[in-house]
Design a protein around this ligand. Structure first.
Ligand SMILES: Cc1cc2nc3c(=O)[nH]c(=O)nc-3n(C[C@H](O)[C@H](O)[C@H](O)COP(=O)(O)OP(=O)(O)OC[C@H]3O[C@@H](n4cnc5c(N)ncnc54)[C@H](O)[C@@H]3O)c2cc1C
Ligand code: SF4
Ligand code: SF4
Length: 459
């Protein structure tokens, strides 16, 4: 049993200090007095309902419940047959790289199409009645383009494929799970899955109904204004956008060199390569939730299975995209193995070293960078969430300045009111982007040395 925290203390710490990722898990505990709201900054946060009476306590992935990703995954996975463990990866039974060969899952997915394919197997095998994942919204609420939704058959499921770099919350979906029988699988970013596990441990109804958890690796989540800024660069009025794709695959380019596409109400498709769009450089921290700078789970260590992109030289050439998959649950591992045997999946084993390499930037920012950010918070005597890594001043001054400048860029873009005025926004951010470019400049000597090293390694 998890010890809950009071709604008041959660609001005073996680929410007021800006560490909320908007998951909505805190609204789902029995008797919770919290409700979610989309703020003017374009992120979800809880607030205390005016009808609230007594506060019976809640759970939250950023609150201190005395458990962390390690202890949660130890409870869930340590007794599984042939389970292994490595610090950066957590528990794992098998690790694969590859893609779905069957149907159009890969073509329609963000990378290899693995998430949608696995969810389809769970529905087909009747292991779950419903899949909870993120789809385009049917809501009449004007500001929401994507939201969590429930799929109960394959055609509904397929509508949910692709990554949405857009804020979402589980509040309404958790309410539905609570009120309707059935077995559910849930797809989420690591902090949402951690929140779900806390909920499962603390409320029996969720333990009984949520039978599988599927994580997608996560670099960071954006506010709604990220999408606004991208749409502005297409010269299409927001209300004319019928469909939007953050991960448009472009033939004959590297898988990482993808684009953004828009389908207008008049069925006109417009595509732009991400490199040409302002705001798409993930290293700049733009429109990022602050919570993401204080998160240490890159791959979703508390989920039954995790899916990411194989950002590795041997897979990048294939513009169709390739998944990396970390499997912890025995039954899901059998589904993957059966898929390989039946040639529905084209997968090969991947080493933990290559898995970590595939997310090198993510791990650097949330290991070296996280420790330094925690050090800065502690030096200012500010409250911050408990992490698995200790606060530590970064000795490499240049790297420290890169991380500090990223904090500025996150703050400026998050608080900016200029998301509808691109040139004003660019002016506001330009000084920090300049500093970033200067700090990241690799000297000619270093570039030559790197090239020599690559040639030697290839030989
Ligand atoms: C915010 C975000 C950050 C990411 N960061 C990284 C990263 O740093 N490194 C990396 O390797 N991969 C990252 N990914 C994961 C990657 O983009 C792919 O989602 C993953 O490889 C699965 O691809 P697929 O083709 O198997 O999935 P698909 O078959 O395309 O299915 C994707 C599934 O994810 C669901 N989904 C989409 N957006 C969200 C969301 N915001 N929250 C919860 N569920 C969602 C969809 O509804 C669908 O069920 C990120 C994804 C998101 C949404
Ligand atoms: S992170 Fe999730 S659980 Fe925590 S305060 Fe935010 S919405 Fe609530
Ligand atoms: S980076 Fe971490 S905190 Fe941010 S959305 Fe992803 S899992 Fe959650």
């Amino acid at each position: 049993m998890i010890s809950k925290v009071s709604a008041d203390s959660l609001m005073d710490t996680v929410v007021k200090r800006g560490y909320c990722s908007g998951c909505g898990v805190c609204t789902a505990s029995k008797g919770s007095v919290l409700k979610m709201k989309l703020t003017a900054k374009g992120n979800y946060e809880p607030h205390k309902s005016s009808l609230a009476s007594s506060d019976s306590g809640v759970v939250c992935p950023f609150a201190d419940h005395g458990v962390n990703e390690d202890s949660i995954s130890e409870t869930l996975f340590s007794n599984i047959d042939r389970i292994k463990k490595k610090k950066e990866v957590g528990h794992y039974r098998n690790i694969y790289a590859g893609f779905v060969g069957e149907g159009e899952y890969r073509k329609n997915g963000s990378s290899g199409g693995g998430v949608s394919w696995l969810c389809a197997q769970l529905l087909n095998e009747k292991k779950v009645d419903y899949v909870i994942h993120v789809k385009q919204s049917n809501s009449t609420e004007k500001r929401v383009f994507y939201e969590y939704n429930i799929s109960s058959n394959i055609s509904e499921l397929k509508e949910g494929a692709k990554s949405r770099y857009y804020p979402i919350t589980l509040e309404k979906t958790l309410e539905k799970i609570k009120n309707s029988n059935g077995k559910y699988a849930i797809v989420g970013v690591p902090c949402f899955i951690k929140g779900i596990q806390l909920l499962r441990f603390s409320e029996e109804v969720f333990m009984k109904r949520i039978v599988h958890t599927i994580s997608i690796f996560c670099g960071h989540l954006k506010t709604t204004h990220y999408m606004d800024v991208l749409i502005n660069q297409f010269d299409v009025p927001q209300k004319e956008v019928a469909k939007f794709d953050f991960r448009h695959k472009i033939p004959n380019r590297l898988a990482s060199d993808y684009g953004t596409s828009i389908l207008t109400n008049q069925k006109k498709k417009k595509v732009k390569v991400n490199k040409t769009l302002f705001g798409t450089n993930w290293g700049l921290n733009l429109f990022k939730l602050k919570a993401c700078d204080y998160c240490d789970d890159v791959i979703g260590e508390t989920a039954d299975i995790s899916f990411g992109d194989a950002w590795l030289p041997q897979y990048l050439e294939d513009s169709m995209g390739t998944n990396v998959i970390v499997v912890r649950n025995k039954y899901l591992d059998e589904i993957i193995k059966k898929g390989i045997e039946e040639q529905k999946l084209s997968m090969e084993p991947l080493s933990t070293e290559d898995l970590i390499k595939s997310q090198a930037g993510g791990f650097r920012h949330r290991r070296e960078g996280l420790k330094h950010r925690l050090f800065l918070k502690d030096s200012n005597n500010e409250w911050r969430p408990q992490k698995r890594y200790k606060a530590e001043k970064l000795k490499n001054e240049k790297r420290a300045r890169i991380y500090e400048n990223r904090i500025r860029m996150q703050e400026v873009s998050f608080n900016s009111r200029n998301h509808n005025n691109l040139s004003a926004l660019m002016r506001e951010l330009q000084p920090f982007i300049k500093v970033n470019s200067r700090l990241n400049k690799v000297s000619l000597a270093k570039r030559i040395w790197n090239k020599i090293k690559r040639t030697i390694n290839q030989g």
